[in-house]
Design a protein around this ligand. Structure first.
Ligand SMILES: *[C@@H]1O[C@H](CO)[C@@H](O)[C@H](O)[C@H]1NC(C)=O
Ligand SMILES: *[C@@H]1O[C@H](CO)[C@@H](O)[C@H](O)[C@H]1NC(C)=O
Length: 589
């Protein structure tokens, strides 16, 4: 029958069984061949990218060598240990030259990246900028080398996000944030690794590999701004710029023991940053600074909030840094919570909040218990459904024809499932694993424009409810946990959902930052053995395994303020930093 029909298609040809078999075999071979060819192409591109990166490293080495030959006897250690504020002072009064600082940091960044793999690109144009700098007025960051996350445009380099398909797409222009940094005299000198496709809290991709935690190489740096956090945490950069749509500044900074700040969306420009889900407006993404201490973060914010920023990106409200709010010492009303009810915090996360709460109380602030409303609704309906409103199709497309990094396979598998399967699995899992069931259901997306609008309206209503609760208690700021300690390798990619503590404030669009306050103790580790989680499901089990074996690793807390209250949030973070340093000092005595 079928053969007859095929014969009809080719009237002039001798069609028999052999012919059909030959055609079938031919087609299969052609498909396999074309897959092989495209895989080879990706492979070649990967190799080329690796070569390019090696070349960059060689350029760095050469530049350092030359500088050292011309300037023998320059000591790196005293420069590397200078906090940003002192470094800028010395650069301004000429005690240090921009050249020496730049080459010292290039050398250190190379050393750090050889250990933990955090630098993706050298920016050779930094040497040219050294010369330009002499003609320019001395800005707030005069002569300061800065590192930039790989999805923030630097002219002539690609924003790949670890995806091979973007390797040849060179950015025609610097991003606004990079332009402003340069205007202030800063020198972008390296770009740093991200998780593949950004939306992941690990930091691995097939292009550049896995970034490790500077304190413990069995742990991840966290992501997606993991290269930044690891480089700054490892001492290879004084200040860096990352992006954050769920956790991407705060989680890696917490994991790597440094400070990181996510401003309100649009307080800083995102022009020239790249996202794998462009046009997703349900959850706000931002750019923000990461640094070893709060004074550095604040100086960076002051430098960025300048007329040049407002001129280059008129979508940014022209609000310069308000020093009066930042320097005020008025006692604060501080709301706090040590668990969000979705993921039970690890023992050290909870202890970090409780100890900080006590220090703040002793310092004369008023602390009030606060509970974020309807957390399940926030996580499943607003965050997960918001960022996968299209049923994950845009994101999945970005991975087409790519080698998928091991840190992504799990997440991508869930995203890729057909809607029907997601729905079916969600139904089956409902009675046993309600949380995972709801998550799968959210990955289906919203379905229609009408539903998207409803989702947006729900988000507004949630925000109003949250603010009403906040105002009823007359709060100035909120203290809460930051995810930690750093995860063992292989876990972060399977626990993107554990960003609940941070992504809440992306959905709400409140400024929030993390400050390291303590380290994991033996007692925390012991207590972790009894960790069950709120649900006792696969995720709780994973989280417990992920944070194990972390004695001595840093743990942070998160500080939050209402929208546009960046200065208040930073003041609060600074106070937490000061108190926790003093507290640690006291305990040592
Ligand atoms: C970037 O991260 C990926 C994935 O974690 C890792 O494989 C790669 O080595 C890292 N590369 C760099 C340059 O940090
Ligand atoms: C942030 O959002 C803007 C607007 O949707 C988008 O153009 C940009 O690519 C996003 N950047 C990141 C890093 O997510």
């Amino acid at each position: 029958m079928a053969l007859e029909r095929v014969k009809g298609l080719f009237p002039e040809m001798e069609v028999d069984r052999y012919f059909v078999s030959a055609v079938l075999c031919g087609s299969v071979t052609a498909i396999l061949m074309s897959r092989w060819v495209s895989q080879r192409r990706v492979q070649k591109k990967l190799e080329e990218a690796k070569r390019r990166r090696e070349l960059g490293f060689q350029q760095m080495e050469k530049a350092v060598r030359q500088f050292k030959q011309q300037n023998p006897g320059i000591k790196a250690v005293p420069v590397l240990s200078l906090p940003l504020v002192e470094l800028t002072a010395k650069l301004k009064d000429g005690a240090l030259s921009p050249e020496s600082v730049l080459y010292i940091y290039i050398e250190k960044a190379l050393e750090v990246t050889q250990q933990i793999n955090c630098v993706t690109d050298f920016l050779p144009e930094c040497e040219e900028q050294l010369r330009e700098l002499k003609k320019q007025e001395k800005g707030l960051l005069y002569g300061v080398p800065v590192s930039i996350k790989e999805n923030i445009a630097c002219k002539g380099h690609p924003n790949t996000m670890g995806l091979v398909k973007y390797l040849d797409r060179l950015e025609p222009e610097d991003s606004v944030i990079v332009k402003v940094l340069k205007k202030q005299g800063a020198i972008p000198f390296v770009r740093t690794n991200t998780s593949q496709g950004i939306l992941n809290i690990d930091c691995g991709n097939t292009l550049f590999g896995q970034t490790l935690n500077p304190f413990n190489h069995k742990k991840t740096s966290g992501g997606s701004s993991g290269g930044e956090a690891a480089l700054v945490g490892g001492g290879g950069s004084v200040i860096g710029i990352g992006t954050d749509v769920a956790a991407s500044i705060r989680v890696p900074c917490g994991f790597c023991g440094i400070c990181g700040f996510k401003p309100t969306g649009y307080r800083l420009s995102v022009k020239g940053t790249t996202s794998p889900i462009d046009g997703m407006n349900s959850v706000t993404n931002v750019t923000g600074p990461v640094a070893r201490d709060m004074d550095s973060l604040v100086l960076c914010m002051k430098a960025l909030l300048c007329d040049e920023l407002f001129r280059l990106d008129p979508a940014v409200p022209p609000l310069p840094f308000n020093d009066e709010i930042y320097t005020s010492s008025r006692p604060l009303r501080i709301g706090y919570y040590d668990g969000d009810g979705y993921f039970q915090p690890s023992p050290s996360m909870r202890r970090a909040v409780q100890e900080t709460r006590k220090l703040l109380q002793e310092a004369g602030h008023t602390l009030i218990s606060f509970t974020p409303p309807r957390i399940d609704f926030l996580v499943d309906e607003l965050f997960t459904k918001g960022i996968s409103a299209d049923g994950c199709s845009t994101l999945v497309e970005k991975f087409d024809g790519e080698f998928v990094d091991a840190t992504w396979t799990n997440q991508l598998r869930c995203c890729k499932m057909p809607c029907l399967l997601k729905r079916l699995l969600s139904l089956i899992l409902m009675p046993v694993f309600p949380r995972i069931s709801r998550h799968l259901n959210s990955l289906i997306g919203v379905g229609s424009v009408k539903n998207l609008w409803k989702n947006n309206a729900d988000q507004m209503a949630y925000r109003d409810e949250f603010i009403a609760e906040w105002q009823k208690l007359k709060l100035d700021v909120v203290l809460c946990p930051a995810l930690g300690p750093a995860f063992n390798l292989g876990y972060a990619g399977k626990l993107f959902v554990a960003t609940t503590y941070t992504h809440l404030y992306n959905v709400l669009n409140f400024p929030a930052g993390v400050v390291p306050v303590t380290t994991v103790s033996e007692a925390d580790e012991k207590e972790l053995r009894h960790y069950k989680g709120h649900y006792g499901d696969l995720w709780d089990k994973r989280l417990k395994e992920a944070v194990q074996d972390a004695v001595g690793l840093p743990v942070a807390v998160q500080c939050v303020a209402l929208p546009w209250q960046e200065e208040l949030c930073l003041r609060f973070m600074k106070e937490v930093e000061t108190l926790s340093h003093e507290g640690r000092g006291r305990r040592k005595i």
